[in-house]
Design a protein around this ligand. Sequence first.
Ligand code: UGA
Length: 442
Amino acid sequence: MNVTVFGTGYVGLVQGTILAEVGHHVVCIDLDDHKVEQLRQGNIPIYEPGLESLVKENYAAGRLEFSTDAAAGVNHGQVQFIAVGTPPDEDGSADLKYVLTVAATIAEHMEQNQIIINKSTVPVGSADKVRDEVEKVLERRGRNDIAFDVVSNPEFLKEGSAVVDCQKPDRIIIGTECDATIEVMRELYAPFNRNHDKIIVMDVKSAELTKYAANCMLATKISFMNEMANLAERLGADIEAVRKGIGSDPRIGYDFIYPGVGYGGSCFPKDLQALIHVSNTIDFDAKLLKAVESRNKEQKNTLFNKISQHFHAELKGKTFAIWGLSFKPNTDDMRDAPSRVLMEALWAAGAKVQAYDPEAMEEAQRLYGSHDHLILCGTKEAALKNTDALIIVTEWQNFRAPDFDLIKEKLTEPTIFDGRNIYEPRRMRAKGFTYYSVGRPS
Ligand code: UGA
């Protein structure tokens, strides 16, 4: 099938590439000609395991193209994906301007009946706005003879495993009430729908809300666990034992109940905020969502509070080693990352930071390169030199079994603040460390 994807960000690039990989002929359109040129040369703007080689292979095979030519793009595809960003406005609402601009562009150039697929995360009611925009332009062009449908087809990719998530989706949500559209969508996704039927068809608004409900549910699990971790600390219990104890109940499950330094990234914080905003506009008091958000904000201070307490609020002139800057492992993304809240709090208290991350160094340089209280180090060992304590913010695999003797040697005092519970408190004590973690006795 011929497919057009507008937007070569995270969602558009991964989805377009995977659709090409199964044999569709995909054209990805982006306004940014530099980005398009880079993609043609196989230079991927994001770090995502497995993506680069798939882009190169499919581009070389001619199944995946990158272009800035919107008109040609619209007339290539039997379906048109909208996969552009919906950044939060100042009030937390999702800004639809890019989505609506793409809708208008599609309407401007379409010459045949079209299916417009909304892949961007957009508030309930956005498909109607896209529909209005397209109708308006078609009317102006005097082309009321062209029929179209707007489908909500949210994505559920996780950064760091986006390629696999896209190749093996748990579910494919299709929001439309048009039978002909359902048929085309079934054909489009047939290669991903082989072992059992993963396609769930529903009305457009329910599909739009499903995306937010999924992310808000997962964020709720995390905030719930962080609340329990705070309780455990004060009651002298061990949250890791509690996690295993409750995760064994299949109704609760082991996923997304890891306590830590709060959730970050481009999705949970933004989607929570957007749903709270929507609730406000319809006079609904989303009590639970607000509590989830508020617990998360506080949780991002948990490491700083422990550090401050340990050093009796005297952080001026101290230097800390930070391991992990990305909001989670296997990504270079630092959007809403807990590391940022921590570093900014340390700087505000007069402390210095020596940081290392396996993938996010360039991003850290871009965000904070000129900060005179930050040294970005080339290795995790280099970050330790002459520091007062080690702080672990992201649970990258290669932080899990470090050379503890070396850490002890480099730190002025053997103190570790672990925001992800990657070490055993008993072992750490035995090795002579003062070890703080989350929700466990120190
Ligand atoms: C999330 C969802 O998991 C995807 O299903 C969704 O498609 C995506 O948002 C999106 O809307 O595009 P992502 O933001 O990539 O994916 O990352 P997650 O793996 O969900 O992690 C989010 C945050 O929660 C991270 O900061 C992580 O450290 C934190 N987390 C996760 C915990 O603190 N504890 C856990 O048990 C799990």
